[in-house]
Design a protein around this ligand. Sequence first.
Ligand code: SF4
Length: 227
Amino acid sequence: MGTPLESREAQAEAVVERLHEEYPDSAISLRYSNRLELLVAVVLSAQCTDERVNEKTKELFEKYQSAADYAEADEEQLAEDIYGITFHNNKAGYLKNAGQIMVEEYDGEVPDSMSGLTDLPGVGRKTANVVLQHGHDIVEGIVVDTHVQRLSRRLGITEAETPPKIEEDLMPVVPEDEWQQFTHLLIDHGRAVCTARNPSCDECILADICPSAKMDSDVDLASGEAW
Ligand code: SF4
């Protein structure tokens, strides 16, 4: 019990295979119907739950339908329209500025490159990866959110601590055709079983290969601290 496989590659592959069986319908949980909506939803989701974002975007997407709508928006009104989302004032500024850049430099379209996306305010590599993967079908990397960060460390797939370093570590060991799904699978498992504060190791399908499993290990490798 709790013994990881002989290599990080083997460990990553086993994790992906088992989680595919457990979560066959794993997918992005943000709601959107086009690239602009996707970009907006992902920007809003930083440090906020997807559920809350989905609640707010229902009306938001009816009111703001183009990059120009954001560019021309009254910033205070936009902040009010996303009230309830974490950091709504900052995010209103990001959306307005991003709208302006898209209108001026991209003919109102969402950029389709990592550099074009990360030049937009409020868009880091994680957000850009999500938009590239789901909006443009371009898979350039692995989205490392808080669940991916925690689970890949707990499972001994990486010892890196920051999302950029974790992504660098994961890319050579996760099969490339699974880069996109890897994120969704770990998010599903992180929400359902391997939660931040109190993971249900006794019900976990990865317990026999997880070096953090509470039955065998005194230490949560995600934090490096005792359970
Ligand atoms: S729930 Fe426990 S056994 Fe399963 S992956 Fe998380 S820490 Fe490991």
